[in-house]
Design a protein. Structure first.
Length: 610
């Protein structure tokens, strides 16, 4: 029989198929197996519709055989099969899908459980990415005639009569020879094919046999009800699927029907992977369409704040693009993503309230991610995440939530107080905290770089504004106390100006403060950049080291050190200047800031001791 030519547009499409549409060559096996599954589904539907074909679901299977010597892979199904005319129609015109046409003809009342995968009629041609020749031998169910379609690619195809035992279709792929840049022989290795079947086609509903042994699981664990599963079933699947040595903190099984139907099995891990906070970590859920894996990491299904969640989503309602490798960003995907976000939030909240110890275990690994999520996307997720955050605090051991903090606030407390620093021990020693604690008010101790940004983004919680203990006005002084402080400030204006002149551009302002009790001095800042922000930006690469806080030296006007400074100012300006410098160095140390001139600091101490 004479060779037939693909139509011009089909020839061009095949060239694109081989060179552009599919990202990974390994995808060819997924496509061929999916087509085999579709062929079986069609015969299943026909047996259900006719009711007298003498077939049962247990009769169907997909067989794969490898011949290394002949360099062939053969995928066989006992599905509906194709006539010579159907081979010509379905395989001679690229992007014409027999499955799609069949799907349109289905009787909805008789097609329950029949899910056709193929839609575009291009998946078959992915075989040419790895094959120098593809041969299809097919015999329709109920016919005694078989036909053969064979092609070496864009140069055309031939159809001829053939001999075949039994109905169904055999696809024989003659694998290309290896080249300098490509190792096609990897696909002749049974172990490699087994791994591809497990990766992409593990949940095809019919047995897939490789050289006689069933490889696939067939029934996805997420298709079962919760009552059918034990915790160990769920945990074992997680450990095996996501290569984690530890059981997850929580498993979440979802079965949703409505505008979009889908099933999902999500896991909240116990520990963060070693690369979680690096660019190498690939977030996202495994995405399946009718049991066939479409994407290994679909990031669009998870908000960035929940990128630690692992799991799978399976839906028959997704709109796939031509290569079935990427999703079109459509309404269905957005609906699923929104529902998953709400479900994760509710399960985390439930874990926090019902299993506090487990939640805190989870928070050790992923609390930082929740904080990043709070400040990310301009704070769009802050209201959702705020009640999940936890902090160390001054009034007790362990972690506390914002709900717990606000519930314990005395009636007269107006603000949620916090302090930012390197460690809880250093924050507990800050002189500014004395007055707050003396009033019986708790202080959140924030030790992560992102914490101060979290406070700024949140702004308030439960109607209570966040207030740094370094703030100009901590809200602890009465109006009378403020007036008295202002009067004392003006009375000592000359001294304060002298200290400012002595320290120069190291500080933006010197003032007397009511924040302090037993300590003589502290360092704060004015403007939007705080001391901790300055420290954070200085740790970043680039020109961020130029981001500086405007430092304010605050002196306790009721401390005896201030009296010594004032006395020296009136009698010995040189000594007063030394006192001023020494107070600045002390303020740096108390604020956990680097001392810019250690030699001068030690010299001052020596001079004032003798």
């Amino acid at each position: 029989m004479a060779k037939k030519q693909f139509k011009a547009e089909s020839k061009r499409l095949m060239e694109l198929m081989i060179n552009s549409i599919y990202t990974h060559k390994e995808i060819f096996l997924r496509e061929i197996i999916s087509n085999a599954s579709d062929a079986i589904d069609k015969l299943c539907y026909r047996s259900l519709a006719d009711g007298n074909l003498g077939l049962s679901r247990s009769d169907f299977e997909i067989n794969i055989k490898v011949d290394k010597d002949a360099r062939t892979i053969t995928v066989s199904d006992n599905g509906i099969g194709m006539t010579a005319e159907e081979l010509d129609s379905n395989l001679g015109v690229i992007a014409r899908s027999g499955s799609l046409g069949f799907k349109k003809e289905l009787d909805p009342e008789k097609s329950e459980g029949i899910e056709i995968i193929g839609q575009f009629g291009v998946g078959f041609y992915s075989a040419f990415m790895v094959s120098e020749k593809v041969t299809v031998i097919s015999k329709p169910f109920g016919s005694d005639k078989a036909a053969k379609w064979e092609s070496s690619g864009v140069d055309g195809y031939m159809i001829s009569p053939a001999e075949k035992e039994g109905f169904g279709t055999d696809i024989v792929m003659k694998i290309k020879e290896d080249s300098e840049n490509e190792n096609y022989s990897e696909f002749l290795d049974a172990f490699r094919l087994r791994s591809l079947i497990k990766k992409y086609s593990d949940f095809i509903r019919y047995p897939i046999k490789l050289d006689g042994e069933t490889v696939n699981s067939m029934v996805p664990i997420w298709q079962r009800t919760r009552s059918e599963l034990t915790d160990e079933d769920l945990n074992r699947f997680y450990r095996d699927k996501f290569y984690d040595m530890e059981d997850p903190v929580k498993s979440i099984l979802i079965s949703a029907e409505g505008l979009v139907s889908y099933k999902a099995l999500l896991y909240i891990p116990k520990n963060a992977p070693y690369n979680f906070y690096t660019r190498d970590y690939r977030a996202g859920l495994q995405l399946y369409a009718n049991g066939v894996m479409i994407m290994e990491n679909c990031a669009e299904l998870l908000p960035e704040c929940f990128r630690f969640v692992r799991g799978v989503v399976d839906s028959p309602d997704l709109s796939l693009n031509i290569s079935r490798e990427m999703l079109q960003h459509d309404r269905q995907l957005k609906i699923i993503a929104t529902n998953i976000e709400k479900k994760i939030k509710s399960e985390l909240k439930k874990l926090l309230s019902d299993e506090r110890e487990k939640y805190e275990e989870f928070y050790k690994g992923f609390g930082l991610q929740l904080k990043y999520g709070t400040v990310g996307d301009y704070g769009t997720k802050k209201d959702m995440l705020a009640e999940l955050l936890m902090f160390r605090h001054a009034s007790g051991e362990g972690l506390i939530t914002l709900d717990e903090y606000t519930a314990a606030m005395p009636e007269e407390q107006k603000y949620i107080y916090y302090a930012v620093g390197e460690s809880v021990a250093k924050l507990a020693a800050l002189p500014q905290g004395e007055t707050v604690r003396e009033r019986g008010f708790d202080i959140l101790y924030l030790t992560d770089d992102v914490d101060e940004f979290v406070m700024n983004v949140l702004g308030e919680y439960a109607g209570k504004e966040f207030k740094s203990i370094n703030a100009d006005d901590t809200g602890l002084s009465s109006e009378d106390e403020k007036k008295e402080a202002e009067q004392k400030q003006e009375e000592n204006r000359g001294l304060l100006d002298f200290v400012k002149e002595t320290l120069g551009d190291k500080i933006a302002e010197v003032k007397l403060t009511t924040k302090l009790k037993s300590h003589p001095v502290c360092l704060s800042s004015q403007g939007h950049i705080t001391l901790e922000m300055e420290k954070y930006f200085s740790s970043l690469p680039g020109d961020f080291h130029n981001v500086k806080a405007q430092r304010v030296l605050e002196i306790n006007g009721d401390h005896k050190t201030f009296e010594a400074l004032k006395s020296a100012f009136n009698t010995d300006r040189e000594k007063a200047a030394k006192y001023a410098q020494l107070l600045y160095f002390q303020a740096l140390l108390l604020a956990d800031q680097p001392v810019d001139d250690p030699a001068r600091y030690t010299q001052l101490i020596s001079e004032l001791m003798v």
